[in-house]
Write a protein that binds this ligand. Structure first.
Ligand SMILES: NC(=O)c1ccc[n+]([C@@H]2O[C@H](COP(=O)([O-])OP(=O)(O)OC[C@H]3O[C@@H](n4cnc5c(N)ncnc54)[C@H](OP(=O)(O)O)[C@@H]3O)[C@@H](O)[C@H]2O)c1
Length: 286
């Protein structure tokens, strides 16, 4: 499967960077965005060494006008693929005196803003752009205008007590893509949601507990690209964990909670909170 023009958010690190490098080839044009200029430069250089043309944009995905302008770059080119990889995570804080454990309001709002609104800030303008593109033949019986894929999470398939706003943001993103894809597909625009477990990237590097289903970045990229070649609406791995999560979701809530709150990832204070650099006070001083 070859793609000519590709847009990627979250391209300065982890899954976004690895996908950019895996897709980089002579004749390929990569439009890479992230909030980290230094990381973007590293990804850009690696892709150019592989023969790709790169265009780097440092932005915050929650900045809607900036995202609309980013999606409108190179208007004469046909966009083959949008990969939405920018995302953040954070867990609930340690238990307080009364037994409750919470995420801060700042953390909840920021996770929703980046993981959901930030993703939509790329997906919606790109659907409109792709609608105006010509249908191209991609197989004997298949033609399409473009593909859009966002990295959701297996956390979006369950009500996970350790990361409530992360679970909620990824659930909304996954449901939006899977549901919208039913009709965009008829117009030749294929949507995919990636529901994966832990992937060994900088996002999880500081986790100090066993991560169920931990996948190498190479394996994750191979699975995502294989799923995209098959136009899968939902790309899931590892399947045993996703099946387990689906089972947990049909159990009575109290029973599922009993299990989750005993898991290392479900205990208050075990998943790191949102990094300081993503908190609002810190961002406004940048
Ligand atoms: N790794 C996993 O285990 C895992 C599992 C399931 C799903 N996912 C999802 O996969 C996606 C990629 O994660 P990853 O593991 O590759 O994480 P990563 O290595 O932290 O990469 C994410 C990139 O997105 C950037 N970013 C964050 N907020 C942004 C914003 N507001 N505007 C622009 N860029 C922003 C990050 O910058 P900073 O470095 O400044 O944060 C980082 O460069 C995320 O959506 C994540 O939720 C990851």
């Amino acid at each position: 499967m070859t793609y000519g023009t590709i847009f990627i958010t979250g391209a300065a690190s982890g899954i976004g960077r690895a996908l950019a490098i895996a897709l980089a080839a002579p004749g390929c044009r990569l439009y890479l965005a992230d909030s980290q200029q230094t990381g973007l430069n590293v990804t850009g250089s690696a892709c150019e060494e592989l023969g790709a043309e790169t265009h780097l944009t440092c932005l915050d995905v929650t900045d809607e006008p900036a995202m609309t302008a980013w999606c409108a770059q190179a208007p004469s080119e046909t966009v083959d693929l949008l990969l939405v990889c920018a995302g953040i995570t954070g867990g609930v804080a340690a238990v307080q005196e009364d037994g409750a454990a919470f995420e801060s309001l700042d953390q909840i709002r920021r996770i929703m803003a980046v993981n959901l609104d930030g993703a939509l800030n790329a997906i919606l303008p790109m659907i409109e752009r792709m609608r105006a593109q010509p249908l191209r033949k991609t197989g004997y019986f298949r033609q399409q205008r473009g593909q859009i894929c966002a990295i959701a999470s297996v956390a979006g398939l369950v009500s996970y007590p350790g990361t409530p706003s992360y679970s909620a943001s990824k659930s909304a993103l996954d449901r939006f893509l899977v549901a919208s894809g039913a009709y965009t597909r008829r117009a030749g625009i294929h949507l995919s949601s990636v529901c994966c477990s832990f992937v060994a990237t900088p996002m999880v590097a500081q986790n100090r507990f066993p991560m169920p289903g931990l996948t190498s970045i190479e394996s994750a990229v191979a699975r995502i690209l294989r799923g995209l070649a098959r136009r899968k609406r939902r790309i899931i791995f590892p399947s045993w964990l996703v099946l387990g999560s689906r089972f947990m979701d049909i159990l009575p809530i109290r029973l599922a909670e009993l299990y989750y709150t005993r898991q290392p990832t479900g205990r208050p204070g075990s998943m790191p909170p949102l990094p300081q650099k993503h908190r609002s006070a810190d961002r406004s001083s940048q």
